[in-house]
Design a protein around this ligand. Sequence first.
Ligand SMILES: *Cc1c(COP(=O)(O)O)cnc(C)c1O
Length: 451
Amino acid sequence: MDKAELLRLDREHVWHPCTQQKDHETLPPIPIARGEGPYLIDVDGRRYIDGVSSWWVNLFGHNHPRLNRALNDQAGRIAHHIFAGFTHEPAVELSARLCALAPNGLNKVFFSDNGSAAVEVALKMSFQFWQQSGRPEKTRFVSLSDAYHGETLGALSVGGCDLYREVYRPILLDGFRVQGPDCFRCPYGRNRQSCDIECFEAMERLVSEKHDEIAAIIIEPLIQGAAGMRIYPAGYLRRLRELCDRFAVHYIADEIAVGFGRTGRLFANEHAGVSPDLMCLSKGITGGYLPLAVTLATDEIYQAFYDDYVSMKAFLHSHSYTGNPLACALAVEVLNIFEQERVIESLHEPMALLESWAPRFEALPNVGEFRRGGMVAAVELVQEKETKTPFPWQERRGLCVYRSALARGALLRPLGNVVYFMPPLNTPLSILEELLGIAYDAIVETTAASR
Ligand SMILES: *Cc1c(COP(=O)(O)O)cnc(C)c1O
């Protein structure tokens, strides 16, 4: 199919995710032919550095020899089979190894096939746990302002990004939303050095008042991704764990974006040394090859469902592609790569490189902050530096950066006025440097007009 025909048929029949389709009139989608390590390569042979890991999923680059082999090997055995009443080695090995690597106490793995589903599973497990544990009044969920946990109705209910949820508000679950950490515009007038996690008081107040109604608190540990890569201290998670213990509330960690090395540790909760009661993983779990998600649970939660069939306590949730063998085989190989290639240890250099660009970005007149959390970094653009006044959202500054970066050979898909970097973990340093340079030039170009 030639490019013109491809784009014509795309316009006629394809509805793209998270997109105002009319934008394609001026910026049509880019047809990708293949990938190679850190690059996406379009049908004309143009290369784009994948600065956002293709929406946060890719860990080790595209067209990875080891992952290709793992996929092919498994395809030569079986691609998929029913996972109720049947089981298979990739799922069993993956489960055992994830439980060994996960924070202490998470000992059971429930499979699904995307992050939103893993969140739904966690919410339903927590709710049903309390129904079956003599506390049926504990039915509501607590989440943070600007949180993102996915797009299905349950996941959207615990989300806090109005952009994604406002129109659906009348059909969402009625939960509690707490003001979350905002270290760039700290309402307590602190900065990252002087912070004593004052903002936790909002959570403390709500939970100490309403714990009788609360099943669980769901959080994105350390980095609120879709909120604009808001990075907050690990101490918040320690306080949260204590609070949950004090008031018998589940702590659900949504590590869908931050898991698998993004924060510089395998899982973000390691920075705080705490264990959640339920943990959701997806995105990087297959290295960005196939959809797969898991919800890890403690034995205590599992035991509340374990009884004779007639007790009607089972967790009767399922998806057709639960435990897909191809995806599980890839996930096992991802863990092999982490172990054999000492991936976590190898992150020091790229993390230092990201950090070294902070002064350059922060010297720009329209950059309010350069923040970093492990292998994730973000530049927040502001109209006025002193007051941290944002650019009006209608100006779509982020989109301007996106276009400019594409023309320079990089994929950066900003979140509003936040330009962020979430590259594959093994992006070579020279390419990472090039990516940062492209972002810098794109920001200079797109903010020049405002002065
Ligand atoms: C992406 C994401 C989800 C949703 O995962 P999908 O696979 O896109 O449904 C949930 N939580 C967080 C923190 C995410 O970043």
